[in-house]
Design a protein around this ligand. Structure first.
Ligand code: NG1
Ligand code: ZN
Length: 540
């Protein structure tokens, strides 16, 4: 195998750069990534062999980044993100300076990790719509061939679709089979669950016609995939929901994430300039690989209102909590919410005081949220930027699937809960699945976006990106809400925060960019801006 790896590696030389497997895998300008993707292929083979031939996923995407970027990340057998301890191994392989050094690093890892090199290795992979994707898939294939790995190329998929497929392959034929191992299987599972989840919603005779939801797909992979799903979903006449797809042009790669998409909307707090939505019309934006979604609308006075990840979390937690009560399962299905420090303080207060549910705060990065959510019977987790999902524990799934309802009302609630466990992608945040979840809940509650918005009022907030000489000196603790170093800086931040009504602020080094992020919120917009600027000056 050594010679095969050497020969294949010679086609993809290391460009003399230092790479790091971060929160979102490797991500940068696509023309620097050939050797990185090749080496990730080697690691995928090792990981699969280490896990006795369980299938590992490789996704080639740079999500909401500009079109000229790309990235690559690994998916573990249950559809979860790569186990953290292996991130460092990915970094080691990516940074080996020569082909020979790479083979040595590869063999050292195999020995240190006690990988049986004769075990089978299996990998499935996919990519988003970026122009560089097919070339990078070629680099990956070279690694899979050199290591004798069985593989399937699923071509273009959303990130969550690949996570779904990885879980399906590895659970096929078991009691926990997750679904059919195909893209079609994903649409069929999703549409059947959507139909079932909407079965008991009622539409009053005098209700005005619902205009449905306009979905901005960031000109990325979500466009064609959502369109495909629409072929499986019930029509609006048949108790379905009207879904209008916009920004779905994947043929001009330069349009990807440009002036549209979830990141544009969340960061700029405004609708895509191309939006033709009318006041009070529901709008949603996906990101470039369709794992994030945010909602928004303009009100009658033309004011823009964002319904971000915090809102999706509160909406889902309240609905699932109600269903559990109606099903007579309130005791067995304890719902909890996981957030990061970026969640608006008003949402946290609403969850604890309004919904009476527990909240846990974790560091940024969905793998942290996901793991914390697994500790609840039903764990709802979302980052404010719209990335998240709901996970049901094995015991909760069993309770929901075996509960004997004691009344017709209990029966309806249990059936709806069962549908949600299939509708919600259990592996990872999935924009398409989350979109359908929100649509189901709004339909049941008979809410428009403005009723949803009025559950609580967000505190005005500001996020500032600060360029610093060395972001590594900023060490955060307490789920990134406090700085332990540089010494003394936290006291200064606390002093500033104390001067503002409902003030809260923190600074932390970004895990994906060379910068420090400062977040601040306070009772008024002016105070939030002011606090953010002052904390930013402290950090500079
Ligand atoms: P960093 O750069 O570490 O703040 C950003 C987002 C995260 C997460 C990751 C991964 C903010 C404030 N941070 O992390 O939520 O999505 O990227 O993509 O939005
Ligand atoms: Zn994404």
């Amino acid at each position: 195998m050594d010679q095969k790896i050497l020969d294949a590696s010679a086609k993809h030389p290391q460009p003399g750069k230092v790479f790091q497997y971060g929160t979102a895998g490797f991500r940068m300008k696509a023309d620097l990534l050939d050797s990185v993707v090749f080496r990730v292929g080697l690691l995928a083979a090792l990981r699969s062999r280490k896990l006795n031939g369980q299938t590992i996923g490789v996704m080639i995407t740079a999500s909401h980044n500009p079109p000229e970027d790309n990235g690559v990340k690994l998916v573990d057998p249950m559809g979860e993100m790569l186990e953290s301890s292996w991130e460092a191994h990915a970094t080691v392989l990516a940074n080996a300076e020569t082909d020979q050094a790479l083979v040595e690093a590869y063999n050292k890892l195999a020995t240190d990790l006690k990988v049986n090199q004769t075990a089978p290795a299996r990998v499935i992979f996919a990519r988003d719509t970026r122009a560089s994707g097919s070339r990078l898939a070629g680099c990956l294939i070279d690694a899979l061939e050199a290591t004798g790995t069985e593989s399937t190329d699923y071509k273009i998929l959303t990130t969550p679709q690949l996570h779904y497929l990885v879980r399906c392959v590895n659970t096929k034929g078991t009691a926990h089979a997750y679904g059919e191992v195909s893209e079609k299987g994903y649409y069929e599972k999703m549409s059947a669950a959507f139909k079932k989840a909407l079965k008991y919603r009622t539409i009053p005779d005098d209700a005005p016609e619902d205009k449905g939801v306009i979905v901005d797909c960031a000109n990325g992979v979500g466009g064609p995939k959502l369109r495909e799903l629409l072929r499986y979903l019930p029509s609006p006449q048949d108790k379905g929901v009207k879904i209008k797809v916009v920004n779905e042009d994947v043929h001009k790669p330069e349009n990807l994430n440009s002036q549209c998409g979830a990141d544009f909307v969340k960061t700029g707090q405004r609708a895509p300039p191309s939006s033709k939505a009318e006041p009070l019309e529901r709008c949603a934006s996906l990101d470039g690989d369709a794992d994030r979604v945010v909602y928004y609308f303009t009100d009658k006075d033309g004011k823009f209102n964002l319904l971000d990840g915090d809102r999706i979390a509160t909406l889902s937690a309240s609905f699932i909590g109600e269903l559990a009560r109606h099903a007579g399962l309130a005791e067995q299905l304890k719902v909890g919410v996981v957030q990061t420090a970026y969640a608006n303080g008003a949402s946290t207060k609403y969850i604890t005081s309004g919904l009476n549910l527990p909240v846990v705060c974790t560091p940024t990065g969905v793998k942290h949220l996901h793991h914390a959510a697994l500790r609840f019977d039903v764990g709802v987790y979302f980052e404010a930027n719209g990335h998240g999902t709901v996970v049901f524990s094995p015991a909760a799934l069993k309770t929901i699937s075996t509960h004997e309802p004691q009344s017709p009302a209990q029966h309806e609630a249990v059936e709806t809960l069962q549908a949600l466990t299939d509708l919600i992608n259990q592996t990872v945040g999935d924009a398409i699945s989350d979109l359908l979840l929100v649509e189901v809940i709004l339909a049941h509650k008979k809410w428009g976006p403005s009723e949803w918005l009025h559950t609580y009022s967000d505190l005005p907030n500001r996020l500032v990106r600060v360029e610093v000489k060395d972001r590594n000196i900023f060490k955060a603790v307490d789920a990134e809400r406090k700085l332990e170093s540089p010494a003394g800086i936290q006291d200064e931040i606390d002093k500033l925060v104390g001067k503002y009504k409902q003030g809260r602020s923190f600074a932390r080094a970004s895990g994906t960019e060379d910068a420090v992020r400062v977040y601040a919120e306070a009772e008024t917009r002016t105070e939030a801006d002011d606090l953010a600027q002052k904390v930013a000056s402290l950090v500079k």
